[in-house]
Design a protein around this ligand. Structure first.
Ligand SMILES: Cc1cc2nc3c(=O)[nH]c(=O)nc-3n(C[C@H](O)[C@H](O)[C@H](O)COP(=O)(O)O)c2cc1C
Length: 304
């Protein structure tokens, strides 16, 4: 079965399963465990123009069926990415998606402009779940106007395929997604993590150094499926779905909800080989559920 996926501006994936940003490093970290050439793509860890130090420890907290993290988008900055990681990424045959972050519209634009000069970057994913330090710390992704501005600024400096990643922590994620599409996004990825908290009984304080964290893993899958379905019902651009995927059946669920491709995150920490197992199982699972092709499954559950 042909598993390839054709996305806007010529972005072709050999199969629809990509590594989700922040759960696969920049690629080299997993090279010993996973044959990266077999993946549909890799969305690298969020990259800012300058290095970010991230949040104080503890940074992760396990929950039933999920994981809370408050990494705080630690990363070495775009120059280190270009110098240290691009050489490795040039040796692998998979789509490289640069996930970009910033504290201001100008920072997003700077990183997009610089990375556009690197031909190995196949596409951009704009993580708009960052606080806007010029606008009182409200997240870009929580306000359609801010989402529009940041997407527009990135669009102005790159003609690469561009996806904007929406947050589940707003009442109507499609309003944010619509603003991003209006500003020039070619695709929407969904979802980022859900804000959560855990209390440490020993210290009687929040368990995470950053106090709150982002919840990911199987616990959030129904929320992710709902948001993908809402986005696919309202928008005409491809939706890249993610949140709690653990199996080929989960991937099929996202397809039927309207996703054109998926990303897999938290499960990789426990089972680095799982993405490859999913890719291998997909044709059988599609056939088992009566689909002749991948395309036939996309949006099968949407209202006609
Ligand atoms: C430890 C960790 C770090 C993450 N870092 C990023 C990041 O840098 N940029 C981003 O857009 N999403 C980041 N995410 C969110 C994931 O890419 C994904 O949207 C989310 O975890 C849901 O998928 P999952 O349940 O399969 O993990 C991170 C998630 C985790 C668990």
């Amino acid at each position: 079965m042909d598993l390839s996926v054709h996305l806007p501006r010529g972005l072709t994936l050999k199969n629809p399963v990509m590594a989700a940003s922040g759960t696969f490093g920049f690629g080299p970290e997993y090279a010993a465990y996973v044959d990266i050439n077999r993946l549909g793509g890799v969305s690298v860890k969020g990259i800012s123009p300058d290095p970010w130090r991230g949040n104080p420890p503890p940074r992760v907290w396990e929950t039933p069926d999920g994981l809370l993290n408050s990494i705080g988008l630690q990363n070495p900055g775009m120059d280190a990415f270009l110098k240290d990681d691009i050489p490795f990424l040039k040796t692998v045959d998979t789509a490289v998606i640069a996930n970009i972050i910033g504290h201001t519209v100008e920072e997003y634009q700077r990183v997009a402009e610089r990375l556009t000069q690197e031909p190995r970057v196949d596409a951009f994913e704009v993580n708009i779940s960052c606080p806007n330090i010029k606008e009182g710390g409200i997240q870009f992704g929580h306000d359609p106007e801010q989402a529009y501005r940041v997407t527009r600024a990135v669009r102005q400096v790159t003609d690469r395929p561009l996806m904007v990643k929406v947050s589940p922590n707003v009442a109507e994620p499609w309003v944010i997604a619509e603003a991003a599409v209006e500003a020039g996004a070619d695709m929407i990825s969904a979802i980022n993590t859900l804000v959560g908290m855990a209390i440490d009984f020993k210290t009687r304080r929040p368990g995470l150094g950053g106090r709150t964290g982002g919840l990911s893993g199987p616990a959030i899958k129904p929320v992710a499926v709902r948001i993908v379905y809402e986005l696919a019902s309202r928008l005409s651009v491809p939706i890249i779905g993610m949140g709690g995927i653990q199996s080929a059946e989960d991937v099929l669920e996202f397809f039927m909800a309207g996703a054109a491709a998926v990303m897999v995150g938290t499960i990789t920490f426990q089972h680095p080989e799982r993405m490859l197992e999913i890719i291998e199982a997909l044709p059988r699972v599609l056939t088992q559920h009566g689909f002749q092709s991948l395309q036939e499954a996309v949006g099968a559950a949407l209202p006609r």
